[in-house]
Design a protein around this ligand. Sequence first.
Ligand code: DQA
Length: 142
Amino acid sequence: MKLLIVNGPNLNMLGIREKHIYGDRDYDALCRAIRQWADELGCEADIYQSNHEGDIVDRIQRAYSDGTDGIVINPAAYTHTSVAILDALKAVQLPAVEVHISDVTQREDFRQVSYAGMACVAHYIGLGFEGYHRAMEYLVNH
Ligand code: DQA
């Protein structure tokens, strides 16, 4: 099984940005953890990060024909604005799971809408890096 892990803007700044919200572990640590969970779950994980909405749409579209079985996505700020990412997830018709490191439900009003989440079959919110683990487990087991 092949999973695509998509991370949106500013997640490459983990460990630097707003540590009181996102913690002090950096993006490399997240990627290492994802690779280790993939080994344990016996799946492949292709990890992708971009700060650009169109590039994220392109990468999701590519998943339609590159053998991807499921998508774990943390669209970051684009969660709350991007109909294009929602449409891309719907277009490829692959099971997708939404992850947020912080508990967006307890944050600002503008974070209360999730467009991408409307195309997702499960949501792990506010669990830190562990949310990615749970999302991967969900896709492997369903
Ligand atoms: C985030 C939450 C978003 O609201 C925010 O814009 C991010 C990160 C999270 O993982 O908690 O960049 O997706």
